[in-house]
Design a protein around this ligand. Sequence first.
Ligand SMILES: [Cu+2]
Length: 148
Amino acid sequence: MRRFAIATAVFCAAASVYAADVKVSNLSVDDAWARTGQPGQVSAAYFEVKNKGPADKIVSANCDCAKATELHDVKMVDGAMKMVPVAGMEVPANGELKLKPGSYHIMLIGLNRPLVAGETLPIKVKFEKSGEVTVNAKVKDKAAPAGH
Ligand SMILES: [Cu+2]
């Protein structure tokens, strides 16, 4: 079983070489990944958006894998790191937006199925101006820091 898992991981790594980064309008999305998780649990997804044009904004995200998909940030509240839902994530003009642990993330709430390391998880991300794209996040087994 363990050998099978390793073989699968190698195959997926090879496949991702030609899985081109998602591009839409002036935006490109790179390095998308999500945490492993079990049904009923939460997970989070992260990626980078590079922008060669005017400012844009992520206004929503959706994944079939979870009951709810929310946009979250992590803030210091009363001395503790807490996740807070946000209405949008700004992508600056000719700049970049990084979703990463301890900062902005896509929150996957109430997983419908296990997220297994090595699989590719499609997440629909909607930009205010550039429209909706499907980001293929690589599922990775990484420990969650406090507050994601
Ligand atoms: Cu969160």
